[in-house]
Ligand binder design. Structure first.
Ligand code: ADP
Length: 158
């Protein structure tokens, strides 16, 4: 059984994230979606809300696990007895940051591999920040996020 851990802020989960997860499930037997509780990066949604939205948005998928972690990602990966970190790649802008992270993680633990999955072209420009911005100004986010997320955003920005 080969599992991959997909860590992220998921603030909130978008169709871009879902696309990455669906593609990963064609390669791995199991994908663990792990919401990182990052002290530096201020979140709009609570971890509980994020997990609820992820659960609601991934009901059609088998072989996934939804979890959260705090502290160093590598510690969490070890705890889960996993050695693959899954990350999504959008445009060139993601590359430098992701490359640095992946190499640093490899330096810290040579057993861990980072695997990148390219998203569908439609989602190349999509990120959670843009979605929140659109929702805040009452724009329609339904083409960018799963239904449960759109609903939750409506509640937050009535
Ligand atoms: P983080 O704060 O760790 O970057 P995110 O939730 O923003 O967390 O993203 C988690 C992962 O998903 C990252 O690897 C990011 O590049 C990827 N990702 C986010 N949005 C998209 C998208 N639209 N298409 C492909 N990958 C994406």
């Amino acid at each position: 059984m080969k599992a991959a851990i997909y860590p992220g802020s998921f603030d909130p989960i978008t169709k871009g994230h879902i696309d990455v997860i669906e593609r990963a499930l064609k390669i791995f037997d199991r994908v663990i979606i792990a919401v990182g509780e990052n002290l530096e990066k201020k979140s709009f949604f609570t971890t509980k809300e994020k997990i609820w939205m992820i659960r609601e948005s991934t009901g059609h998928l088998k072989n996934i696990e939804i979890d959260s972690f705090s502290g160093l990602l590598l510690g969490y990966v070890k705890k889960k007895k996993c050695n693959v970190i899954l990350r999504g790649l959008r445009a060139v802008s993601d590359f430098e940051f992701e490359f640095q992270r992946a190499l640093m993680n490899r330096k810290l633990d040579g057993d861990i591999e980072t695997v990148f999955i390219m998203t569908k072209e439609d989602y190349v420009f999509l990120n959670s920040g843009i979605v929140k911005e659109i929702a805040q100004f009452k724009g329609n986010v339904s083409q960018f996020v799963p239904e449960a997320v759109a609903k939750k955003l409506k509640e937050k920005f009535p």
